[in-house]
Design a protein around this ligand. Structure first.
Ligand code: DGY
Length: 421
């Protein structure tokens, strides 16, 4: 059976391959997405190492001069997606969006490098990516942590990747909808509208895009101007893990100064993560920087903190929290606590299980010695695939496949899980 799953996963990655980048799924997402590509490369490396490096190199070829790596690169015209290049209007030769996404590249590149069979090529390619990733991380600390707290804020839900998480509901009350230009959504033509964000959420997504566009996408201004400013533990854990991995990679490549700077960023951020711990929920939670309060929302963002090197007692507590969730969900890890009133098992990030998040949580828990929780997450992930195919996400109780089908990063994560077993 494992061989069959392997072949099916490879088939999906090849089908969605557009030569130098891979689309997340045909139709719903017809361009290159930032964190999708970095995680996809890990899957590609199982059958074509050279192609895996290209995936990340293509993304970084579109890095902005200020260091930001955009969340979408619009390599070719496709009016099947909204919001397209005309809405973003970032003025790039190859159009891109104007916001970023979880910075998983440092982690992915280190993993590609460590596992490479072609060591010489990996050294050259990693050495070329290293300063670009360091520049992206520096951008984060300069533009998204102007007061030097050690943790960075997202300014748009799409940056977190967890577009319609319950975590943003309270902050979204402060995002108006007046002045939003009329638009037609395309996502609901490709996927079941019941599985997607609501119209009210889309209006606020676009209001924020218009605000930033009006500021000329000047990243020195956006943080101060945005009414939506959230410190997400999952997002920061990805950045901190990537910083630590970048430091190790830099050391291996003899780049001592890059290693020192990345290590300092990781150390400072890990200290600051403690401020996101919530005793009542027994997990990390978001901090609403615009309101100055924690967001008491039991979402998977706080569990994803396990991906960074958090203190052992915290990792153990997350292991317990995940075990408790496992008694209420058939499949780990639900993106929102099934007991919470806002939980919706089919609606994108308000309940469903996502394999990429499972992968990162399991990886972190395993490193922390929380083996039982990690094993259960991997087993549940593979069970979902056997029963429901390679979907975008899954209902954590029924296992129903939701969102887009034949999904690239789901296939990539399957290849990673199979290689572990
Ligand atoms: C979408 O269009 O749903 C994406 O998640 C935004 O990046």
């Amino acid at each position: 059976m494992a061989d069959t799953l392997f072949d099916l996963a490879v088939g999906i990655l090849k089908e969605n391959d557009r030569g130098s980048y891979t689309v997340p799924t045909a139709g719903l997402y017809p361009f290159q997405w930032n964190w999708d590509s970095c995680l996809t490369a890990l899957g590609q490396a199982h059958f074509d190492e050279a192609r895996a490096w290209t995936e990340i190199e293509t993304l970084f070829a579109h890095q902005w001069d200020d260091g930001m790596v955009p969340h979408i690169v619009f390599h070719q015209l496709d009016d099947g997606y909204f919001p397209g290049p005309d809405v973003w209007a970032t003025g790039r030769k190859v159009p891109t969006s104007g916001i970023t996404q979880p910075p998983v590249a440092g982690f992915a590149v280190r993993r590609l490098f460590d596992r490479a069979k072609d060591k010489a090529s990996a050294r050259t390619r990693a050495a070329a990516l290293l300063p670009k990733i360091a520049k992206w991380h520096d951008w984060f600390y300069r533009c998204r942590d102007p007061e030097g707290s050690g943790l960075v804020a997202i300014l748009h839900p799409w940056e977190s990747g967890r577009d319609n998480s319950v975590d943003w509901d309270a902050a979204f009350q402060r995002v108006p909808t007046e002045g939003v230009e009329p638009f037609t959504r395309r996502d609901t033509q490709h996927a079941n509208p019941e599985h997607r964000p609501t119209q009210a959420q889309y209006e606020r997504y676009i209001w924020l895009v218009q605000l930033f566009r009006g500021l000329g996408w000047d990243n020195e201004k956006l943080h101060a101007a945005s009414p939506f400013k959230i410190v997400d533990p999952g997002f920061n854990a990805i950045l901190l893990r990537s910083s630590a991995d970048l430091a190790d990679l830099a050391e291996a490549l003899g780049e001592a100064e890059t290693a020192r700077a990345a290590r300092a960023q990781a150390a400072r951020g890990l200290d600051a993560m403690e401020g996101l711990w919530n005793d009542r929920l027994g997990q990390y939670v978001c901090f609403d920087r615009a309101a100055g309060t924690q967001v008491e929302s039991p979402s998977v963002g706080g569990l994803l903190a396990a991906f960074a090197t958090i203190p052992a007692p915290r990792a153990a507590a997350l292991g317990r929290r995940i075990a408790a969730l496992g008694e209420r969900a058939t499949y780990l890890v639900p993106s929102h606590d099934p007991d919470a009133p806002e939980y919706d098992g089919k609606r994108y990030w308000r309940g469903p299980v996502w394999l990429i998040v499972n992968y990162m949580i399991a990886d972190g828990l395993r490193r922390a010695g929380e083996t039982a929780a990690a094993d259960r997450i991997v087993a549940d992930s593979l069970r979902l695939i056997h029963e429901g195919g390679f979907a975008e996400y899954y209902d954590p109780v029924s296992g129903e496949p939701c969102g887009g089908g034949r999904f690239t990063w789901t296939a990539a994560m399957v290849l990673e899980f199979l290689a572990q077993g």
